[in-house]
Design a protein around this ligand. Structure first.
Ligand SMILES: [Mn+2]
Length: 425
């Protein structure tokens, strides 16, 4: 994605906003973990979406008035001492080139420029609203706290001005992926497929869950120095009952199923795939029976995903489809009991965030990317199965972006036969 695309996004946002507003978005800052150590920096995705800048302590300000649109980017000045420790940060010229924002200033100029905007009517036009990204708990400044705190301080200083939340306007734009974003997601999925292939080649009883987790991470590095889009879930047997099973640590027993929910991140875009594999190479009849229900639900929901349909509709349909199938196969007594063995949503939007924060009751449109991930979790049997694909909504229906990752029982068993010695001693 280039400066042209980031510029176009800002333009679209301005078109969606009322005149007389100034938008202020913060990148977020590095958060202290302990002593002088910091958590890895994670950019505010809304900020990144509009600027292409992935650097802490940065601000974008967009003035939208009757006199036109003016955009400023504020970044830290290069600090030579800091450079010796952590390397060079963005300079003004590079930031300008990357974002397409012509006016890049140092961070210390921000407050002054904001006051200018509010006061110089003949230059900037009338402003009556400050729009900020009121995402919950977004820390923007060590001494300012969250964007909410920034907004509160602003209102105190400018009691005649309104403050509003720009978050829903931006997530509405993020809902429709551009060709460049779709390419990035395709690449993330391709890398995830490579990692899963690597993982299947090694899968066998007596390995530990964390070894598979490490194999996946290694494969992504080998593939293209990529990271994961979220903490990898490797859950063997009964562990798969826990949807976001943390800290994979157990030994994989002979005969169990291993649920692998994982993804690569490519240029900030997430892949999110789940496959469930038999540790021993073949599904037993009971596992096969339950796997088929989940697989059919996955295919059924994909056949319904198209423009106009909502995520909430797909969820309702998935619940009723699985309820019927599970009663028929004797897994539950009555359809109302489905909630005891299927207890999550069938999908979510996918993009810069693994769970892209887009309302579930908005009708899907061409260019949306969502996951389709039904699952069944039966504690008494020690079986948890989820099958997750990433799909692109097209004009008429959808394209399964992860169709090349083995999914049917036959494909999975065949791919597991490619392993070396099944029980090396
Ligand atoms: Mn998912």
């Amino acid at each position: 994605m280039n400066a042209k695309e980031f510029t176009l996004r800002r333009q679209k946002l301005m078109e969606a906003l009322p005149l007389g507003s100034v938008v202020v978005l913060f990148s977020g800052i590095e958060i202290k973990s302990s002593a002088d150590a910091l958590f890895p920096f994670v950019i505010n995705k809304n900020f990144y979406y509009l600027t292409g800048i992935d650097q802490e302590h940065s601000i974008v300000m967009m003035v939208n008035s009757a006199l036109g649109v003016k955009t400023y980017l504020f970044i830290d000045e290069i600090d030579e001492t800091k450079t010796r420790w952590v390397g060079k940060k963005l300079d003004l010229a590079t930031a300008k080139q990357r974002s397409g924002i012509q006016d890049v200033l140092t961070y210390s100029m921000f407050q002054l420029r904001l006051e200018d905007v509010l006061q110089q009517r003949e230059f900037y036009g009338d402003i009556d609203t400050l729009l900020v990204d009121l995402e919950k708990n977004l820390i923007i400044e060590a001494n300012l706290g969250t964007t909410q705190a920034f907004a509160d301080a602003f209102v105190q200083k400018h009691p005649t001005l309104k403050v509003a939340n720009v978050y829903p306007f931006i997530t509405r734009l993020r809902m429709i992926k551009s060709p460049g974003e779709i390419d990035a997601i395709r690449n993330a999925i391709q890398a995830t497929a490579y990692g899963l292939h690597h993982l299947r080649k090694q899968l066998k009883p007596d390995l530990y869950e964390y070894q598979l987790e490490a194999l996946f991470a290694y494969a992504l590095k080998e593939y293209g120095n990529l990271g994961t889009s979220f903490d990898t879930i490797i859950a063997a047997g009964k562990n798969a009952i826990v949807l976001h099973y943390p800290n994979p640590k157990d030994k994989i027993q002979e005969g169990v199923l291993v649920l692998c929910d994982l993804g690569a991140r490519y240029q900030h875009y997430a892949g999110d795939i789940t496959r469930t594999y038999p540790a021993s190479g073949t599904f037993n009849p009971l596992q096969r029976q339950i796997y088929e229900i989940v697989l059919h639900a996955n295919e059924h929901i994909m056949s319904l995903a198209k423009p106009g349909v909502k995520l909430v509709d797909l969820q309702k349909e998935c619940l009723s489809f699985m309820a019927k199938a599970c009663v028929k196969e004797g897994l539950i007594k009555k359809e109302e009991d489905i909630g005891s063995i299927y207890y999550h949503n069938v999908g979510h939007h996918l993009g810069l965030d693994t769970h892209d924060p887009i309302a579930r009751d908005l009708p899907l449109e061409p260019g949306c990317v969502i996951t389709v991930e039904p699952g069944l979790y039966i504690k008494e049997l020690g079986i948890g199965i989820r099958i997750e694909d990433d799909i692109l909504i097209t004009e008429k229906g959808c394209e399964n972006l992860s169709r090349d990752i083995p999914k049917s029982i036959e494909e999975i068993e065949a791919s597991l036969q490619l392993r070396g010695n099944k029980n090396p001693q």
